[in-house]
Ligand binder design. Structure first.
Ligand code: GPW
Length: 761
């Protein structure tokens, strides 16, 4: 009898074929957890702690089976019994423990850390409702709670409990662990998610995400902050952050003591990577804990400095956390005191250097500044971004600490983003270049086939099958019909003005006019958007509204709808991404140059054989460098231009708005059709914003964008050459494996024992 049959029999006393999908899901959950428990423990002295407010892990069942090396075995057995793993995974909720790129990066990193055989856990919070669920009503985004935790889940309750002291409360935490498995690797790591028992969800107003913000006891781990790169700080966020880091720091000390540390040598036992500044309070907290255990202040500070490294993910000033000292005094006065001492210590060392102060002239504590002074490493997430940090945003820090600065270009895990998301492409690669790429991420051997007609044809067939799969998925999940023979053109990411979804919408208006004028595209075009807007970010919600309304106008127009369809995928998440990305022909990476620190969706699309349409921003620069100008479409002002324009206040939106090719497109937002179907207040506000302010300069690159899109659609008609270029993109994607990124972190920053290292490049 097989392992699975055995489990099924024990649990339900019946054969596999008589079980429901939900029953099989529960059995597989148990089976995987038991396999995990049987794995040997890490035995290294030093351990990594990856602190992150977000881990956007996606559904875990098929990924865990894949990493444990039993995917095929289980899948075949299920098929033989008339069941499907895909159907069974429907029973699993996607944990919504992240906003966007930063959270998904943390999930890819945990996969790679474990795959490389590095001893490392993730430290975070177990938000009960995660990020909100996005629902569209009357072409508007509504935010409703997303209760993702079910009775049986991947969460394992841990007996550890810690006290966390605030000014007005002392809480006892609880801890939940989620196992992280590496690919064909025999040791597991864990996500350690701290929680509070008094948080029950009873205080949210039915069906809304509103709750009494002052009731900390009941809301501390209720929701993930819904803002991404755009947040208004407030007390609850400080409560959450401190709760996370205090628990994490106590865990580090306990585990190090268990392994024989005397605390003076703590930096030999632990290294902390903080994922942006959300966990930066771990620095004063660790100092507090060490002094409480008898070490001197100065000694404690040096220990913490030697064990803490910081990753920056943005130059957007509104996203750089600065906490008013008065707020810190109100919530965590002990920590506020330590921050003042850290500030004095640093000011004594750099007298008069106001640019590098922790506490500024307005009494606000700059978390990034604290993390740079009191950490040993600061890295950006793509080469261009790291250069901008050194040259402009953080140049005063680079002047005093040149050796702390380094770059770690982001990456994505190939387990989820090709093996799991695009099995047909993965199998095709196996047969062409041998399955070795699954371990090495080396796809370069594929280049040998770039002029092989049969291979090119095969790649196109795989793409078509993925379009069919997407069509089916959108039909069942959204009730939307797309044409599988159309060009699939996708922009999926959080909605933000700097990412310029509004610019793509203006292009769509151009195309709509063009089709009305009789210029019908040879191949129909489907443009898909996906992404949530922070609910308090009005203009972002206006942009969603505009696109939904525009898509309705196009659907209603029989002259245009056979040739152009616009879909805004509701509640975009990791699950949807796994269907969308493999089906894409065109990857939209059109941020205003200098503003997107890296991007990681760009890498996922490339790996899955889409051609990139991009500005020279973030990691797009490194993609372009690898595939060559003939195999990518770039446009727009470069980052130096944009940085200069901001520095000199040199951009004036009306200069562009009044151009002949632009004004009619922007004005369509206020056309009778749009006003009839849409919300006048939202549309007027958006029109006014774009035509007068346009802070993120959608109009500056619009004409070039239109031209390059037209060229791209025209080029698509040469099917063989297009597919040949998708092959070249896939073949060069190896560098963007997060195994390479983590290998770099470990080599340059963490210096941990690593059991596995066959990364190429
Ligand atoms: F503002 N990123 C994100 F820098 O997804 F903290 N959320 C965030 O809150 C921030 C950054 C923060 C993203 C970047 O925008 C993206 O360019 C990058 O690829 C990603 O983080 C991972 O590094």
């Amino acid at each position: 009898m097989s392992r699975l049959e055995n489990y099924v029999l024990k649990a339900y006393n019946k054969p596999i074929r008589e079980c429901s999908d939900a029953e099989l899901y529960r059995v597989l959950l148990d089976l995987v957890k038991d396999l995990g428990d049987g794995l040997p423990k890490h035995t290294t002295k030093k351990k990594l702690y990856y602190f992150s407010a977000e881990f956007l892990i996606g559904k875990l069942l098929s990924n865990n089976l894949l990493n444990l090396g039993i995917y095929d075995e289980v899948n075949n057995e299920l098929i033989a019994n008339g069941k499907s793993l895909l159907d069974i995974e429907e029973a699993e909720n996607e944990p919504s423990l992240g906003n966007g790129g930063l959270g998904r990066l943390a999930a890819c990193f945990m996969d790679s850390i474990t795959t490389l055989g590095i001893n490392g856990d993730g430290i975070g919070l177990n938000y009960h409702f995660g990020l909100f669920q996005q629902v569209f009503k009357h072409n508007n985004q509504l935010a409703v709670p997303d209760p993702w935790i079910t009775e049986e889940s991947w969460l394992n309750r841990n007996e550890r409990r810690y006290q966390v002291k605030f000014k007005d409360y002392t809480f006892t935490s609880t801890l939940y662990d989620i196992d992280v498995f590496g690919y064909h690797h025999d040791k597991r790591n864990r996500l350690r998610l701290f929680d509070l028992e008094s948080v029950t969800g009873d205080i949210i107003e039915e069906g809304t995400i509103h709750f009494d913000k002052s009731n900390i006891e009941e809301n501390l781990t209720l929701f993930l902050y819904p803002d991404d790169s755009d947040h208004a700080g407030n007390l609850l966020r400080i409560y959450q952050q401190y709760f996370m880091v205090s628990n994490g720091a106590q865990l580090i000390i306990d585990e190090a003591l268990d392994r024989g540390s005397n605390l003076r040598d703590l930096a030999d036992y632990a290294v902390i990577q903080i994922n942006d500044t959300h966990p930066a309070l771990v620095i004063p907290e660790m100092v507090r804990l060490l002094t409480e255990r008898g070490l001197s202040f100065d000694e404690s500070v040096e220990i913490v400095r030697n064990m803490t490294a910081f990753t920056n993910h943005t130059i957007l000033s509104e996203a750089l956390e600065k906490w008013p000292m008065s707020d810190l005094d109100e919530v965590i006065p002990e920590i506020a005191k330590i921050i003042r001492r850290l500030d004095e210590k640093m000011k004594a060392e750099f007298p008069g250097n106001h640019a590098v102060a922790i506490i500024d002239g307005h009494g606000r504590a700059h978390m990034a500044h604290m993390a740079i002074h009191y950490g040993f490493s600061i890295n950006g997430v793509a080469r261009l971004h790291s250069d901008i940090l050194k040259d402009t945003e953080l140049r005063h820090f680079y002047d005093i600490y040149p050796d702390k600065f380094n770059n770690k270009t982001n990456g994505i895990t190939f387990r989820r983003w090709i093996m799991d998301a695009n099995p047909e492409l993965a199998d095709t690669l196996d047969s062409l270049i041998s399955p070795e790429w699954r371990d090495t991420a080396d796809l370069k051997p594929l280049l040998e086939y770039k002029d092989d007609k049969a291979v090119i044809t095969k790649l196109r067939a795989v793409k078509f099958n993925n379009k069919l799969r997407l069509k089916k998925h959108l039909k069942t999940s959204q009730g939307v019909d797309i044409n599988e023979h159309s060009i699939i053109d996708i922009q999926i990411k959080r909605i933000h003005e700097y990412k310029r979804q509004q610019m793509l919408a203006l292009y769509i208006i151009h195309k709509y006019f063009d089709i009305k004028n009789g210029n019908v595209p040879k191949t129909p075009i489907t443009i898909l958007f996906g992404g949530k807007a922070a609910n308090a970010y009005t203009i972002a919600r206006d942009i969603i509204h505009m696109i939904l309304t525009l898509s309705q106008i196009i659907d209603n127009d029989p002259e245009v709808s056979p040739h152009l369809k616009v879909v805004f995928v509701e509640n975009y998440n990791v699950t949807h991404a796994q269907y969308l990305i493999p089906a894409a022909d065109i990857s939209e990476q059109i941020s205003l140059a200098s503003k997107e620190a890296s991007g990681t969706g760009n890498m996922k699309f490339m790996l899955n054989g889409a051609l990139t349409l991009c500005t020279m921003d973030g990691a797009n620069v490194e993609i372009a460098e690898r595939v060559g100008q003939e195999n990518i479409y770039t446009f727009g002002r470069d980052s130096q231009d944009i940085v200069n324009l901001y520095a000199t206040n040199g951009y004036n939106a009306p200069d562009y708005y009044y151009r002949d090719r632009i004004k009619p497109l922007v004005d369509f937002i206020l056309s009778p059709g749009m006003l009839y179907l849409g919300d006048e207040e939202r549309l007027r506000r958006l029109h006014h914003d774009i035509s007068t302010k346009d802070y993120f300069m959608a109009l500056i690159d619009l004409e070039e964008f239109i031209d390059v899109k037209e060229k791209m659609y025209a080029d698509y008609e040469d099917h063989d050459n297009w597919s040949r270029r998708t092959l070249i993109n896939i073949a060069n994607a190896g560098y963007f494996s997060s195994d390479r990124t983590i290998n770099d972190y470990n080599r340059d920053i963490w210096h941990l024992e690593q059991e596995h290292q066959d990364i190429k490049e």
